[in-house]
Design a protein around this ligand. Structure first.
Ligand code: GDP
Length: 343
């Protein structure tokens, strides 16, 4: 019988094998890349297993890129800037993948980059690949998925990876732990802004760009630039030995975007020469190894039925002051250990 839905055959298609996924990704096939990222994002164990095998086979083909982290408060112009930078570099034979980490998207189902009106030109650009933030129940989970997606994008030939995040919570630290270069976007208006931005974030920045330096705000942006340059001078020398600086740009008009790209290239050259670039990536892998162990142990512990069974009574004893928090933790860990020994 003729199907009334012409897509039915497509929907019923069997799942590609690991080698088909890998082959597709290595050939730069975006559909395969997207589907493999969907596997990374899936909570199903079978999908996770498949995803891990794909990642493993893509790893030898990954790493040949510059990974740029971009942060700034909502409205500062991140997506406008990424669009401008993306268009600028794709004209120069670069292929750019834009990923995101937005832990708040678990509520709004992908607010960041989820809005189709963002980055209109870049989304239509065949040298660009844009993927909204994965959803997840923890920042660690969301960050892991983005980090694994970077591997697949690089294997697919994207040599510039941009990871965007909103300036809330700990997501900047997560982005910093998976990128080579960290760009902080700020609004014109010195001083006040620094109050709103956590100090640690300024310290992480390899470059501060005061955006919206156009029209009436140009003068204010220049003042802000001078202010931030002073603030940056007061910070201790970075491990990379790179001296961060502040400059102005207008994502809307594109002014300053090429200077920023130049600085990113200078940074790469500088840190590759002094080896920081490579050492930093190794340290990031080490960090993610520890992080993965910790989160797996955390899950094993809290999902253990005998731990859950004893948890509330021990918690009650702690809250009523019958035993100390330390003793309570010790008792629960003992239950967990005994259970493990039984197996
Ligand atoms: P995001 O929330 O950080 O991604 O910010 P958007 O890129 O969505 O920008 C927020 C608003 O600021 C939009 O209305 C943009 O058009 C505007 N905007 C972004 N960059 C500039 C700029 O350089 N100059 C001016 N005047 N407006 C800008």
């Amino acid at each position: 019988m003729q199907s009334i839905n012409p897509n039915l055959q497509f929907q019923r298609r069997r799942t590609p094998s690991v080698s088909e996924y890998v082959e597709g990704i290595l050939q730069g096939n975006r559909v395969m890349l997207s589907q493999a990222i969907t596997l990374i994002e899936s909570t199903k164990v079978a999908h996770q297993n498949l995803a891990q095998q794909i990642i493993e086979q893509c790893l030898p083909h990954a790493g040949n890129s510059v990974r740029i982290g971009i942060t700034g408060t909502p409205g500062v112009g991140k997506s406008t800037f990424i669009e401008a930078l993306g268009m600028h570099i794709t004209e120069r034979a670069h292929q750019v993948a834009v990923l995101a980490i937005d832990p708040s998207s678990q509520m709004s189902r992908g607010s960041i980059l989820g809005d189709k009106t963002r980055m209109l030109h870049l989304s239509a650009n065949e040298k660009a690949f844009i993927r909204p933030s994965p959803a997840g129940d923890s920042l660690g989970g969301v960050a892991r998925k983005t980090r694994e997606s970077i591997v697949l994008c690089e294997a697919a030939g994207f040599n510039t990876i941009i990871v965007e995040t909103v300036g809330v919570g700990q997501s900047e630290t997560a982005v910093h732990s998976m990128t080579d270069f960290f760009l902080l976007l700020l609004l014109p208006g010195a001083g006040d802004e620094l109050q709103g931005i956590k100090r640690g974030i300024v310290e992480m920045a390899d470059l501060i760009a005061v955006n919206k330096a156009d029209g009436d705000r140009e003068k204010m942006a220049k003042q802000a630039k001078a202010f931030y340059n002073n603030a940056l001078h007061l910070l201790p020398m970075k491990e990379s030995r790179w001296t961060p600086q502040a400059l102005t740009c207008s994502a809307l008009s594109g002014l300053g975007v090429s200077d920023i790209w130049q600085l990113i290239n200078d940074y790469q050259q500088f840190t590759k020469e002094n080896q920081f670039f490579y050492n930093n990536r190794k340290n990031q892998s080490r960090y993610w190894l520890t992080e993965s162990i910790e989160s797996a142990l955390h899950d094993m512990f809290y999902k253990d039925p005998s731990v859950s069974a004893a948890f509330s009574s021990i918690e009650k004893a702690v809250l009523e002051g019958q035993i100390s928090s330390f003793r309570g933790a010790e008792a629960l860990i003992q239950i967990f250990r005994d259970k493990k020994l039984e197996h």
